[in-house]
Ligand binder design. Structure first.
Ligand code: GDG
Length: 468
């Protein structure tokens, strides 16, 4: 690549070496190639600046932040991104909050950011945009005249055509996405839904090379299933010197769930399925416990407050009905837990219980597998609706709406003989390794580098101007 790499994501890590799978992978990529990471400034400004400013460590590559006002945060982030796009992509049109202010905020922040990026990007640079906060960024950059390569990766499910009806007319995903050179999605099903959207648009054609031709533009749409930093996670889980200590405190067989407290993660049904398992288990002497870690997220959005209340009520009832003096069946922690501790808990748990209604990939499923002891592995119970289920077919796959089926899967997992556990673990671990996050970012960037735009953007922009 002759130019530099510019990564754009809503959050930007500020530590010299940030931890966490995706963030660490992007950090490593930029550390090797050099370049710029652009993300939002967590401090609000009454009058956001028109230029990017340095933020956090600058030693190996540049980190630049774009400023937002409190209103931008309310309308762009909490509003359009998380109260319109997030529910639509997660098949929850009923939770969409419509507001013209949200639409305006989303367009304002994206357009401002495009102008700021245009100031720092050279013609040979390659821009990699992450996630639903920035669908229109390429369209806005093209309008300014940026001709270099721009890639997009969507971390969440691509919405079904029917669900897109809940978007306002101004949110034309086909139009926005066509200005990227490469649209990366998590799974083959996401790609199918994206192609269906383009097919339904008059004027979009699927070319022999698999690209979409949409008016003057050509865009590649491919799946790049994301993964975790496998070796690092395995090492953290193995380092668990006080594993016995943790196991002693938790006593009995452990079932674990770890999710941001989001309505897409299917937590109420998970609790119900565990309750159903307790009711129906044959051996009443058996006292498994479900440990659910669910740190808070987007609490300013009402749908997130509702799910929190629902869970608290369910948890109270479940324990009230089933607990004994010396046994609390459900432990529900609404706080962030250290990554090291999480890895140890995963390794200790007999069952990883991952039951989202919709999920782009779900990294917890992969972390749970990576943390297992190959000699005595636990079992992953995984929703068919998680992107991870497309490849991890050797997990116990369940329908997250079917309480009975999930409760039976828990029983099957807790009773599973060692040989079967090992066979399932080995098959899942192979997939976890194949999608290592380092390889994921390398594959994506190679594909973006190779993407050829057949039309000259200058001629496209000329036509744009002439027709405006
Ligand atoms: C989006 C998509 C896609 C959770 N609680 C704690 C904690 N976590 C960590 C997990 C995992 C990460 O957060 C969650 O990742 P997921 O993939 O499960 O879900 P989203 O946050 O919704 O991520 C998703 C992902 O983007 C990547 O493309 O897979 O589908 O929705 O790593 O371990 N980490 C710590 N304490 C906690 O309490 N330290």
């Amino acid at each position: 690549m002759s130019g530099k790499l510019i990564v754009v994501s809503n959050r930007i890590p500020t530590a010299a070496t940030p931890s966490g799978g995706l963030v660490f992978a992007l950090h490593e990529t930029l550390r090797k190639t050099g370049g710029i990471w652009i993300g939002s400034d967590p401090e609000f400004q009454a009058d956001p600046s028109d230029t990017l400013k340095e933020i956090g460590d600058q030693s190996t590559y540049q980190r630049l932040a774009f400023e937002m006002s409190e209103t931008d945060y309310q309308t762009f982030y909490l509003g359009f991104a998380n109260s319109v796009l997030w529910p639509v992509c997660h098949r929850r049109g009923d939770l969409v909050q419509m507001s013209r202010r949200f639409e305006e905020g989303y367009r304002r922040v994206n357009k401002r950011l495009a102008r700021q990026i245009f100031e720092v990007a050279g013609p040979e640079d390659m821009i990699w945009v992450h996630d639903y906060h920035f669908f229109p960024l390429a369209a806005d950059l093209r309008e300014l005249g940026f001709e270099g390569k721009i890639g997009f990766f969507l971390h969440i499910p691509f919405p079904a055509l029917g669900d897109m009806g809940a978007l306002p007319p101004s949110a034309n995903l086909a139009h926005w996405l066509a200005d990227y050179d490469l649209v990366g999605l998590q799974t083959r099903s996401d790609v199918a839904r994206c192609l269906e959207m383009f097919r339904s648009e008059l004027g979009a054609e699927l070319m022999h090379d698999g690209k979409i031709k949409y008016g003057e533009r050509r865009v590649g749409v491919r799946s790049f299933p994301i993964g975790i930093d496998v070796e690092a996670f395995v090492a953290t889980a193995e380092k668990s010197t006080n594993r016995e200590e943790i196991a002693k405190d938790l006593s009995g067989e452990l079932i674990i769930g770890v999710d941001r407290l989001d309505y897409s993660k299917g937590l109420p049904n998970r609790f119900r399925a565990f309750g159903r398992y307790l009711e129906t288990r044959k051996d009443k002497e058996r006292r498994p416990s479900l440990l659910q870690i669910a740190p808070p997220t987007r609490e300013e959005v009402s749908a997130y407050r509702d799910i929190r209340f629902e869970l608290e009520e369910l948890a109270g009832r479940l324990n009230g009905e089933n607990a004994e003096l010396d046994w609390t069946p459900l432990r529900y922690i609404h706080r962030n837990i250290d990554r090291d501790v999480l890895a140890k808990l995963f390794r200790t748990a007999r069952v990883g219980f991952v039951t989202p209604f919709a999920d782009g990939m779900n990294l917890v499923a992969k972390e749970y597998i990576a943390a297992q002891d190959p000699e005595d592995p636990g079992v992953l119970v995984l929703s068919r609706m998680a992107g991870a289920a497309e490849d991890m077919t050797e997990a116990l796959l369940v329908n997250p709406y079917d309480i009975e089926e999930m409760s039976e899967a828990l029983a099957q997992a807790l009773d599973m003989p060692l040989e079967e556990r090992q066979a399932r673990y080995t098959a899942c671990m192979k997939r976890v390794r194949a999608t290592d996050v380092g390889r994921w970012s390398e594959n994506y960037l190679n594909a973006l580098k190779d993407s050829r735009r057949d039309l000259s953007w200058s001629s496209f922009n000329e036509r744009h101007k002439n027709s405006a």
